[in-house]
Design a binder for this molecule. Sequence first.
Ligand SMILES: [Zn+2]
Length: 119
Amino acid sequence: MRSRLGDDIDDFCVKCKRVMNHLVVSLLNDEPAKVRCRTCHGDHDFRHEQAPPPKIDARKAALIQAALDKAAAAASDGAPVDGAPVDEMSAAPLPAETPVEVPAPVAARVSARKSARAK
Ligand SMILES: [Zn+2]
């Protein structure tokens, strides 16, 4: 069945958010390429009556993931306790700070040897 310009065709309209009556306004290989919604008169690519996949931007996805993590943590703890997560966070930075102090005595020994040789 070939479509022609001006044909009525059912397609999903993103503005009406449902399958609506459309008008074929552009053809590609005898297939509707673009259609115009008869209800809101918006032009868009022919979608074969398929709703577009929901687009979630990265920031929203991160927020959703964080909310899911919180919900999962609360569910595993049974009840949300304020004390437990705070202890975890205060303990975390300590191991990262310790290696910074190590090179200081080594540098002192090296400079001591150099000054000893110079004499
Ligand atoms: Zn529409």
